[in-house]
Design a protein around this ligand. Structure first.
Ligand SMILES: [Zn+2]
Length: 278
């Protein structure tokens, strides 16, 4: 079997970009007949309840959570590589995480919105910004996240310098050694989006991103790897900007399918792993 791609989109802007993504992103995925999971912030659901409820009812995409307010669970400390500028910094970039109490309150609020808007709770969670080691070293956070009903996570999406890319050698795992054997980490691999590909390679634009992605797909197919691929709703308010922002996604989907790579939602992948482990 030549590999698996899990497309995960952070729909987080709670702005016209989110509404635009709900229209054009869903349309593109339907045209390509490709499953994907959207990790939607509670604040975005709150702003556009009917748009996302309709997508959820239609089953076009697997809608899961990206917290209520985009609160970080852990602090991110990026050691910027020499000669690079990341988030405007050339040495260190620090983005602070929330307190456990703030996280608990945020996830509770998010799940209540999922119930109000979609009539169900979320099962998967993308932790904002992602971290090195995911939640491996934070049993307290695993406990909080599990208590809110989450069973699969994208929390591990940075390398040991909190930078990019996140190596594909690191493959999905259960948090069993930590005592949470039914919680699956599915990662965000490679670059979290084109903007990080540009920043971590000191480029001026994303022109070479499609080439890079094709090479990653080649490796996924030859080594039968799982690739958890991320992108965002940023700057997707109208059709033209959507096409400009996501030009590489449609291309990659077609190329990966030509190699025989399968696409799954996060929920489908979780169920498969649970069945295999049982
Ligand atoms: Zn995000």
């Amino acid at each position: 079997m030549p590999g698996t791609i899990l497309i995960g989109v952070d729909v987080e802007s709670a702005s016209e970009a989110s509404a635009g993504y709900a229209r054009y992103g869903a349309e593109m995925l339907a045209q390509e007949a490709t499953p994907a999971t959207w990790y939607v912030t509670g604040s975005t659901l709150e702003r556009y309840p009917s748009l996302f409820a309709e997508l959820d009812r239609a089953g076009t995409v697997d809608i899961q959570s990206h917290t209520y307010s985009h609160l970080l669970l852990k602090t991110v400390c990026i050691e910027v590589p020499p000669g690079r500028t990341v988030h405007g910094k050339t040495d260190w970039y620090i983005q602070p995480g929330g307190t456990n109490e703030e996280i608990d309150t945020d996830l509770d609020r998010c799940q209540k919105l999922f119930e109000d808007v979609l009539g169900r709770r979320a099962f998967g969670l993308t932790c904002p910004w992602n971290y090195y080691r995911g939640l491996m070293d934070r049993l307290d956070l695993l406990e909080i996240v599990r208590s809110h009903g989450f069973r699969f996570l994208r929390a591990f999406g940075r390398n040991e310098k909190d930078g990019q890319p996140t190596p594909l050698e690191w493959q999905p795992f259960f948090y069993a050694p930590q005592g949470f054997g039914d919680m699956l980490e599915i990662f965000i691999h490679d670059y979290q989006d084109a903007f990080y590909f540009i920043q971590f390679n000191a480029l001026t634009d994303a022109r070479t991103y499609p080439d890079h992605l094709r090479k990653v797909a080649d490796r996924v197919a030859s080594d039968n790897l799982v690739w958890s691929l991320a992108t965002h709703d940023h700057g997707c308010a109208d059709r033209e900007s959507f096409e400009q922002k996501q030009f590489w996604l449609r291309e990659l989907i077609r190329y990966a399918k030509s190699l025989g790579i399968r696409f799954m939602t996060g929920s489908e992948y979780y169920r498969e792993r649970i069945e295999d482990s049982g």
